[in-house]
Design a protein around this ligand. Structure first.
Ligand code: HPA
Length: 245
């Protein structure tokens, strides 16, 4: 049986319905992860859970210790990572409340600790990252979304920006020209680090606002929080189904 780990993003610092059996306070060669890793049962299945931004939510995207998080999950026995990310919608199909299972990404972040292959190397390692998400895991997410009747896109290009500020209208126009469909701040280096550790990895992205310039209004935190509140039910139902099918 595959051991799944869920990394909860903004709006998912706690996984309701998770019966916690152990709380693992792990340390890693890269420092401490964002929070204790919770081991327990969700939808009748053993699962690991980590709040990406800490619990309570306190770490902005550029301060998350992605290396410690992935290392600790691997140490706890994770084999496959289901990453939940809140995003802004760029493509017209990506309206608020829509769910996208991205198949590609573009990394616009800078200055983040982004590799395990940095120090004390015996030889230089270049992982293949042509297809950043694990196709079989994406397929499970897509089937679960279909079974739950959640409006979703089976593909999309995720732009990862540095944050914590949101983008300018010109920046979003550039991301759109680059072929990006959704924009978030936490997809990288998480996906690449998972690949370096040979963990399966896929992303469930919930659109919580139109990206800058994609609606007449400015983006407010109230709007984002409302969309997170409205959308998390279907995200949790989808995760439960992924574990059970
Ligand atoms: N941009 C970047 N990250 C985000 C957004 C956005 O519009 N919404 C939620 N996360």
């Amino acid at each position: 049986m595959t051991v799944y780990a869920i990394i909860g993003g903004t709006g998912l610092t706690q996984l309701e319905g998770l019966t916690i059996t152990r709380s693992l306070a792990l340390d890693t060669p890269y420092g401490a992860p964002s929070a204790d890793i919770l081991q327990g049962e969700f939808a009748g299945h053993e699962v690991l859970f980590l709040a990406r931004h800490g619990h309570p939510h306190r770490l902005p995207p550029h301060k998350v210790n992605y290396r410690a998080n992935l290392w600790a999950l691997k140490q706890a026995g994770a084999q496959a990572i289901l990453a939940v990310n809140a995003v802004g919608g760029i493509h017209p199909a990506m309206g608020t409340g829509h769910v996208c299972v991205p198949h590609q990404l573009v990394d616009y972040t800078s200055g983040r600790e982004h590799t395990f292959f940095a120090d004390e190397l015996e030889h230089v390692t270049h992982i293949d990252f042509s297809y950043p998400y694990t196709e079989a895991l994406r397929a499970r997410l897509i089937s679960a979304l279909a079974a739950e009747g959640v409006p979703h896109s089976e593909q999309g290009v995720y732009a990862c920006t540095q944050g914590p500020r949101l983008e300018t209208v010109a920046e979003i126009a550039r991301l759109e020209r680059d072929g990006c469909d959704i924009v978030g701040m936490t997809g990288m280096p998480e996906a690449a680090l998972a690949r370096e550790l040979e963990l399966d990895y896929a992303c469930l992205a919930l659109v919580v606002n139109p990206a800058a310039g994609k609606s007449a209004a400015v983006i407010t935190m109230a709007e984002i929080e409302q969309a997170l509140h409205d959308g998390m039910g279907k995200v949790k139902a989808t995760l439960a189904r992924v574990l059970t099918v």
